[in-house]
Write a protein that binds this ligand. Structure first.
Ligand SMILES: NC(=O)c1ccc[n+]([C@@H]2O[C@H](COP(=O)([O-])OP(=O)(O)OC[C@H]3O[C@@H](n4cnc5c(N)ncnc54)[C@H](O)[C@@H]3O)[C@@H](O)[C@H]2O)c1
Length: 277
C-alpha cells in the first residue's frame, strides 16, 4: 500500500453520516468530532434541541451538517427523513445508531423490586435500544443494500458482556444490540454486498443523563457506592470522556477497518478485562 493510501485510510472527508441520538451527551461529542474531519452530517434528535454550544462547534468545523427531528421507532418518519437527507446530500455512506438509554422505572432500588418493574418501563428500554437500532438499520440498510455499499455502527454497552446489577432491561437490550450487530453483519454481507459492514462499540462508563442518578448523589454531587465501585473496577481509574469514543468510531466507520465486520469493541478503560482481583 502506498503512502497516499495509508494516509487516507481513516479519511471521512465528504462521507455522509447519519447519526441518531445526536442531542445526547455521547451523541454531541460524536457529531462534533466527525464534523471536524470534514464529514457531511445528518444529525437526528428527538425532543431535546442541540445546544447553542454544540451548534457553534458544528459551525466552526469544516463539514456540512443538517439537523433533523425524528423518532428512531417510527419507520415512516425515518423513511421521510432519509428522503430529505438524500435531497440535501445526494447520498448516504454511514449510519450510526446512537439513540438509546435506560429508564429509572426499569431499575431495581430500595423502593422498587425486580418483581414490581412495570412491563411498560421494561418494554420502553427494550424498544428504544433494540428496535431503535433495528428500524433505522432497516431503512438505511435497505438503501445501502440497493447501492451495494455502506456502513452501520451500533452502540452497545458493558452490560452486553456481563449484566450489571439493578438494570435488567438495559442489560438485556444491549446484549440484544450486540447480538443483532453480529446477525446483521453476516446477513447483509451474505445476501446483499460484502461492501456493507456492521459493527458496534461498547462504551464503558461515561457520566451522562441516563446514569447520573445511579452514579452520583443528587443532593451532594458525591459519587455513590456504585460510582466508586465502577472507578475501582476500571483499570484506567476514571470515567470515560465522550471524546474517548472517537478513535474507535473513526476506525470502524472508515476504510481503516475494511476487513472488520460483526465485532463489538469495548471502549471502557479496561473494565471488561478486569476480574476485580
Ligand atoms: N453513558 C454511558 O455511560 C453509556 C455507556 C454505554 C452505552 N451508552 C449508550 O450510548 C448511547 C448514547 O448515550 P448517552 O449517554 O449519550 O445518552 P443520552 O440520554 O444523553 O442521549 C440519548 C439520546 O437518544 C435520543 N433518543 C431517545 N429516544 C429516542 C427516540 N425514540 N428517537 C430518537 N432519538 C431518541 C435522545 O434524544 C438523546 O439524544 C446510548 O445508546 C446509550 O445507551 C451510554
Amino acid at each position: 500500500m502506498g503512502n497516499k493510501e495509508i494516509s487516507s485510510l481513516f479519511s471521512l472527508k465528504g462521507k455522509t453520516i447519519v447519526l441518531t441520538g445526536a442531542s445526547g451527551v455521547l451523541g454531541n461529542a460524536i457529531a462534533c468530532g466527525l464534523a471536524q474531519l470534514g464529514a457531511r452530517l445528518a444529525i437526528m434528535h428527538l425532543r431535546t434541541e442541540l445546544s447553542r454550544e454544540i451548534l457553534k462547534r458544528l459551525d466552526d468545523a469544516q463539514g456540512e451538517y443538517e439537523v433533523y427531528r425524528c423518532d428512531v421507532l417510527d419507520k415512516e418518519a425515518l423513511e421521510a427523513c432519509k428522503n430529505k437527507i438524500l435531497t440535501r446530500f445526494g447520498s448516504i455512506d454511514i449510519l450510526i445508531n446512537g439513540a438509546g438509554g435506560n429508564h429509572p422505572q426499569s431499575t431495581t432500588s430500595a423502593s422498587q423490586s425486580f418483581f414490581d418493574i412495570p412491563a411498560d418501563a421494561f418494554d420502553w428500554v427494550m424498544k428504544l435500544n433494540l428496535n431503535g437500532s433495528v428500524i433505522p438499520s432497516q431503512v438505511f440498510g435497505k438503501y445501502f443494500a440497493d447501492q451495494g455499499k455502506g456502513n452501520i455502527l451500533n452502540i452497545s454497552s458493558m452490560n452486553a458482556f456481563r449484566p450489571l446489577t439493578r438494570i435488567p432491561a438495559y442489560s438485556a437490550a444491549k446484549a440484544a444490540v450486540s447480538n443483532f450487530t453480529q446477525w446483521l453483519a453476516v446477513h447483509i454481507a451474505q445476501e446483499y454486498s460484502q461492501k456493507i459492514r456492521v459493527n458496534a462499540i461498547a462504551p464503558g462508563f461515561f457520566l451522562t443523563n441516563q446514569n447520573r442518578f445511579l452514579l452520583t448523589d443528587e443532593k451532594t454531587g458525591e459519587p455513590t457506592e456504585r460510582g466508586k465501585s465502577i472507578i475501582d473496577h476500571t483499570p484506567l481509574n476514571r470515567y470515560g470522556d465522550p471524546d474517548d469514543l472517537l478513535g474507535a468510531i473513526i476506525w470502524l466507520i472508515s476504510d481503516a477497518s475494511a476487513f472488520v465486520s460483526g465485532i463489538v469493541v469495548p471502549v471502557d478503560g479496561g473494565f471488561s478485562a478486569y476480574s476485580g482481583v
